[in-house]
Design a protein around this ligand. Sequence first.
Ligand SMILES: [Zn+2]
Length: 298
Amino acid sequence: MLLLTLGTAAGGGVPQWNCACPGCSGARAHPDRRRTHDSLAVLGPDPSSWFLVNAGPDVADHLEAHTALRPGPGDERTPVVRVLLTDAELDHTIGLLRLREARNIEVHATAPVRQALRERLALDTTLTPYTTLSWHDLPQAGEKPTDVAGIEVSAVHLSTKRPRYAADAPEDSGWVVAVRLHDPVRGSTALYAPALAEWSEEFGEEAAAADCVFVDGTFWDDEEPRRLGISARTSTGMGHLPIEGPGGTAERLAPLPARCLYTHFNNTNPLVDPSAPEHGILADRGLEVAQDGMVIEL
Ligand SMILES: [Zn+2]
């Protein structure tokens, strides 16, 4: 399978339209530092049957930016779009509205995510006049996976964190998941976890068995959100394990045999500046910083 990193930023992107912090200002001055909302395209054995993991505000630009994802040849329109969701956050889901020109949108999500989108965001009611929205359950890892375009997909449950618009919804371990992608022909496996609230035993086992792991890189250290005044909570308190420090993900990922890449960077993360010394710290541990538009073959 081929993995194409369409976007690598947390909510708001880099730059965020209403922010002039050093990360956002730097991205305005240096367009190569711009990052769009995190999303992944997956191409299986049939390269014309690509699918997406998460569909955020940039989705149509993502599809237009890569030749393999464009319609054609001729007058044909892309008839079906398949989207897997890691959670119900607006920055991972509002792209579904922008895909309404498709004849059919196939959405694979866990039960609580599906309920939030149908009942709180009224996606069925809103989109039915434009397209057909088909919902599919994303099975838990260990259960029989779903075949999507030749790739076996399932979900590693990560946390009960609900989006703010569904804060009073029932707790469920499937609110935030890592998507597990397995190519049965090549025997390769990838994990995509743009929001990782805790390092569970199950996630550790899945990561240790994978060939490629994408992990939450929202914040560099636990105090970053408080130090920079964007939240009263720590990184962990906001549902994102930090990269560095005790309990951070870097020390967990470094011993793994997998190719490990960080994604979902907030504009406060020093890694949005390519000259930051933090890049060297990760490189010394064999860990990578994902960029928009990377292609990984597994
Ligand atoms: Zn900013």
